[in-house]
Design a protein around this ligand. Sequence first.
Ligand code: FES
Length: 107
Amino acid sequence: MSDNENWIKTYAVSDIDDEDVKEFQLPNGNKIAVYNINNTFYATDLFCTHEKVSLCEGFIDGDSIECPLHQGVFKISTGEVLESPPTEGLKTYITKIEENYIFVNVS
Ligand code: FES
């Protein structure tokens, strides 16, 4: 894959409100969560690593996302576990903004 093919165009910057998160399906079928935290955009895998629950249904508090099922908490910017029960961190993706669109690097 060339570097260009690694960047996937997701939402327009204006599509995601501050402190909000939206689900996005990658071309390979994997689902991710795209977050706006104070106008910085982040992306992680969609599902909690504890059970297959969408983190888009969870609660954002600053740079953390709380899973809606057992209240596990992940740091959005790094994917690390801040509160159990999850033990495995979330995969995170590098993002960039181009022409007001959020791109996610899937390399
Ligand atoms: S499913 Fe997310 S904390 Fe259990």
